[in-house]
Design a protein around this ligand. Structure first.
Ligand SMILES: Nc1nc2c(ncn2[C@@H]2O[C@H](COP(=O)(O)OP(=O)(O)OP(=O)(O)O)[C@@H](O)[C@H]2O)c(=O)[nH]1
Ligand SMILES: [Mg+2]
Length: 240
């Protein structure tokens, strides 16, 4: 960074901890690898979304805090984790080993230093199969629509991210499916948050694909995202 950042518009932080929300639907294969990569001292909050493969018990046995969310949906799981979090800084990371929770360390440093209010990981595919072409193209188109709507120049709307808990709650996010990450960015941008992007490696997931690798999942995600982009600005999330 070469410029002096504007001061954070939010109140000073009170707790030094970090909670990492890990939405989880049948990710027993990936959980050991993911949890082993959570930085020391941070709390892993695995939000079990009705798994039938023993993910919840495994996460508990591996030392994670397990939150149960019966309502299906990526957003439902992420939001349950946000509500269960208590640390000043909350991170989000998929639980399929496609992303590395350790990559969140610089994100958190940037939030903590007050240089950014929301930090997003720009996914950089590693090897074949980590990010199918249709998903990559869809994501790029979405980033362009986002630019038109908010003026934000982002390359990705990836799930690896960090922000402060209370301001995040103040955004009043309502989407509980695939539109959740997009709604977070749209509302944060409209509330004047400083949003930063970091390159992060993106690996082929462990376990069976549920969204990106299936037509049904992709179609539903596109519909959810379009609904978010059609929303009128709410005025929520502005600094108190
Ligand atoms: N799809 C989906 N994922 C959920 C749900 N609840 C929690 N998750 C978790 O959310 C994270 C992201 O979902 P993924 O299935 O990896 O979605 P994706 O990365 O777009 O696509 P694939 O990796 O190809 O399946 C994973 O850790 C899932 O286990 C849910 O109801 N639906
Ligand atoms: Mg995935």
């Amino acid at each position: 960074m070469t410029t002096t950042p504007a001061p954070s518009p939010f109140p000073a932080m009170t707790s030094p901890g970090v909670d990492v929300v890990l939405p989880c639907l049948d990710e027993a294969e990936a959980l050991p690898r993911v949890l082993a990569r959570v930085p020391p001292g941070w709390r892993a909050l695995v939000v079990d979304n009705g798994s039938t493969d023993g993910s919840a018990d495994l996460a508990h046995a591996l030392g994670a805090t397990v939150v149960r969310e019966e309502r299906r949906g990526f957003g439902a799981a992420c939001h349950a984790g946000l509500l269960a979090a208590t640390a000043d800084i909350v991170c989000f990371c998929d639980c399929d080993a496609s992303l590395d929770p350790a990559d969140l360390v610089p994100f958190v440093n940037r939030i903590r230093s007050g240089e950014a209010d929301l930090v997003l990981g720009r996914r950089r595919p590693q090897g074949r199969g980590s990010w199918p072409p249709h998903a990559r193209a869809g994501n790029l188109a979405l980033a362009q629509l986002l630019r038109r709507r908010t003026g934000l120049r982002l390359h990705d709307l990836g799930p690896l991210r960090a922000a402060r808990r209370e301001p995040l709650l103040d955004l009043g996010l309502t989407d509980r499916r695939s539109g959740y990450p997009l709604q977070m960015v749209v509302r944060a941008a409209e509330a004047g948050w400083r949003i930063a992007e970091y390159d992060v490696p993106y690996h082929p997931r462990l376990g069976a694909s549920k969204v990106t690798g299936t037509w049904r999942g992709t179609w539903q995600a596109v519909r959810d995202m379009n609904r978010v982009l059609a929303e009128r600005p709410t005025g929520e999330g502005a600094p108190r």
